[in-house]
Design a protein around this ligand. Structure first.
Ligand code: NIG
Ligand code: FE
Length: 406
């Protein structure tokens, strides 16, 4: 059964835009009085509502009333929303002026969430993950990447990845799992950093393959986490096993982005510490530079050099990094809008970074509204798309569709 959804005051299809580099709003393809023809979850046609209605008189009409602007659903290509507990204690210490290392020493940091997540059973992890995923969906996010990385042992990483898989089967929103067992060397592992990573290669990654739990491997490259030498060895082995690579890079110090480029990673994420050399390296590669404004806000740190990355010709995506430590807020649109004012990003650049450029970081199709693609979309109650960033995240979508279903 065909269904015609509309009329929308404006449709931003985000089609016809380049994958890399700066964008101007004049490049956006805007369809006034638009409609979307949907069949079996896929977009059949998109264009003028009245013309589509004339051409397909048998289609059921899903009528849109009032002023509404339609966009592709957002794709959040970097989150850590599978966790238990919270780290309000870390935040209190941070705003009282304590450093990252002081907080870790006082029992905070990633290890605190590992302890809380290990204490939770799979059922409760699934429930809290679904709650966060559903909140994201209501805010227009139709695809979410979800990392493990709060288990840090074979059994506990598998528990997290199985929880993500179980949640994925129950959720309307699309979840894409990633293995972040290389988040840090767990405090209870007896052996060196290199031995921990080899242990993951020998024992964890094969089970992940076998159970089809994820085809993405992530790592936190940082002086306080995994060093560049060990990271290179680990990522090359994961790649040989057929995994796609993504990297937490240049968050506090540089080094990670070069490893990401060298290993042919899909994306290098964070980049707050990236300088001109790293920007050039990223812009000259096919990698997606993922900026995480929520982590800058949560830690009270500068944003990644998003404007410079785009000017240099990089592919820039924007993700929430939603996690209990550095980015507890998890409001992707709000974060992107606030960053765009500071970094001077055009609406076209922000929406591209939240949609088709983020899809490229996940190696998936989508993030545009075009025939043959899933009807994953969101409508905002306004007359002009520019109002969406103008209200800095307070204007929420009035409707969200996944596969053409509200
Ligand atoms: O992306 N940088 C490392 N990992 C996370 C933070 C995880 C945590 O603090 O729990 C991040 O910011
Ligand atoms: Fe992260």
């Amino acid at each position: 059964m065909k269904k015609l959804i509309g009329p929308f005051t404006q449709i931003l299809s985000l089609t016809g835009l380049p994958l890399k580099g700066a964008l101007q709003d004049e490049q956006l393809h805007i369809i006034p009085n638009g409609g979307v023809l949907v069949e079996r979850g896929l977009i059949l046609a998109i264009g003028n509502f009245n013309e589509l209605r004339k051409a397909t008189p048998s289609a059921h009409i899903e009528e849109i009333t009032g002023q509404q602007v339609l966009l592709p659903g957002f794709i959040d290509c970097h989150t850590h929303i599978c966790f238990a507990g919270n780290r309000a204690n870390d935040y209190a210490m941070r705003i009282a002026g304590k450093t990252y290392l002081e907080i870790a020493k006082a029992g905070g940091g990633i290890w605190d969430t590992v302890t809380q997540t290990r204490a939770a059973d799979e059922v409760s992890l699934v429930a809290s993950l679904l709650q966060r995923a559903n909140r994201h969906l209501a805010e227009g996010v139709t695809t979410i990447e979800v990392k493990s990385g709060y288990g840090l042992s074979l059994d506990e990483e598998l528990k997290q990845l199985r929880a993500i898989k179980a949640a994925s089967a129950q959720a309307e929103v699309k979840l894409i799992p990633a293995c972040l067992a290389a988040h840090m060397v767990p405090k209870d592992f007896i052996g060196s950093q290199a031995e921990y990573l080899q242990h993951l290669v020998n024992h964890l990654l094969p089970i992940i393959k076998q159970e089809n739990l994820s085809n993405r491997v992530d790592i936190f490259i940082e002086q306080s986490a995994i060093n560049t030498e060990n990271a290179l060895i680990y990522l090359n082995k994961a790649k040989q096993m057929g995994f796609d690579i993504t990297v937490h890079a240049d968050q506090f110090t540089t080094g990670g982005s070069a490893v990401a480029v060298q290993t042919g990673a899909l994306s290098a994420d964070h980049l707050e510490a990236s300088g001109d050399h790293e920007i050039e390296l990223l812009a000259d590669s096919d990698i997606v530079a993922v900026t995480l404004p929520g982590a800058s806000m949560g830690l009270g740190m500068p944003y990644a050099p998003a404007r410079k990355l785009l000017n240099a010709g990089a592919c820039l995506a924007i993700a929430s990094d939603w996690n209990p430590g550095s980015a507890p807020m998890g409001d992707l649109l709000m974060q992107a809008a606030v960053m765009s004012a500071a970094e001077k990003l055009s609406a076209a650049e922000v929406f591209a970074g939240l949609t088709f450029r983020a899809a490229s970081a996940l190696k998936i199709e989508g993030g545009i509204l075009a025939p043959g693609l899933p009807a994953d979309m969101q409508a905002y109650p306004c007359a002009d798309y520019r109002e969406i960033l103008y209200y800095q995240g307070k204007l929420k979508p009035s409707q969200v569709w996944v596969g053409g279903e509200i």
